[in-house]
Write a protein that binds this ligand. Sequence first.
Ligand SMILES: [Zn+2]
Length: 454
Amino acid sequence: MNTNKILLQGGCVVTMDEQFTVVKHADVLITGERITAIQPGINADDCEVIDASQHIVMPGVIDTHRHVWESVVRGRAGDYSLMEYLQHVLGPLAASFRAQDVYTANLMGALEALNAGITTLFDWSHIMNTPDHADSAIAGLKDSGIRAVFGYGTPGTSVWDWFYESRLTHPTDIERICRQHFSSADQLVTPALAIRGPEYSAFDVTVQDITLARRLNLPISMHIGCGTFAAKYQAVPQLAQGGLLGPDMNMAHGNYLTEADFKHLADQGCSVSITPEVEMQMGLGFPATGRAIAGGLAPSLGVDVVSGVSGELFTQIRMALQTERALVNDQELRHGEMPQRVSLTMADALKWATINGAKALHLDRKTGSLAPGKQADLLMLSTDALNLSPVGDPIAAIVSQANVANIDSVFVAGKAVKRKGQLLYPHLSSLRQQATRTSGYLVEKALMTSLASV
Ligand SMILES: [Zn+2]
């Protein structure tokens, strides 16, 4: 048997191509890293055959904005506003991280994502306290087997120095990191620059940071349009005026951007990451999903921080979709009209978490939908569970009903990372113990730092 070939046999295949094609009984042939055929009745000779009947086969979902290092401080920010989060999580907690803690956190956080069917994520890593922290973050991502864009951010050593209208330019260790870790563009983990942008650093610092990214040919991501910072710092008008916007830019949040701002971003080919759960919690504003679409953007989704919110995308998909519907319905209700139709579709929402995410990360030639030639990043959802059976519309089943417990198998670049409901990472229990020790250490250290500063 040629183990280079895997045949997922007889599944309900949700491709997420342009036409939202669903093939109710089809085989998916994986050869090495790639999908090589999707059709019924593929010859199974010299393939490892996996029975995909009673399963939905779909693209791996894509998280375009996540601070993976916060996995070991899970749940600590569940009652925080953005201002409290900046003060406590990006304050003493971030400063307490040792390089080995970042390794544990990134490995644990990336495995958590894989377990939840997230095959690709953007790791917005603002815990670059030393060069060792950067190396550890990258090692954690690589050891997990996930596809990731590593967004090299600023140190977490002082939120006062590095955020809040910071005058410090981005660390240039990124040049060494690119040489040392990212010599090929054809790897699972690729680099980007996670800059603070006009809402968290002085504008001339932003200009220098963008110049650094473009000199190194790195994609750029920043937080923008967060609550009252949008009106205060006028980030998009300033960037537009400086001729700085471009298709290499990803903007997280955008809650309080104006119609004109969204048009500027769309005209210049920028992407946007909506992280609905944390935005509504922390006071960034309502998710801007509908306004971004109206402006001509194709939204993608992210978890942002598991220190505050849930770490999987089913929740984010539902929150983004239903919040947007509620906002549109509310307009009609306020005019004394009962809504006759709802806005957006479940297929639209699934697109945000799949192909739109791939486009936002410039990875759509590789991932984000199922098609021959693409990398085999995919999931099998078991449909015999009570919450999915019987399946009527498979896209509706994914968007409105599915949860992490339904994920039977996950493949990244043709390699199984989860099978029969279990992650294949071999040292899960010792990693969990390490994460618990790390978390205890960090919380105690941060508390001592806080007390010492009183
Ligand atoms: Zn963020």
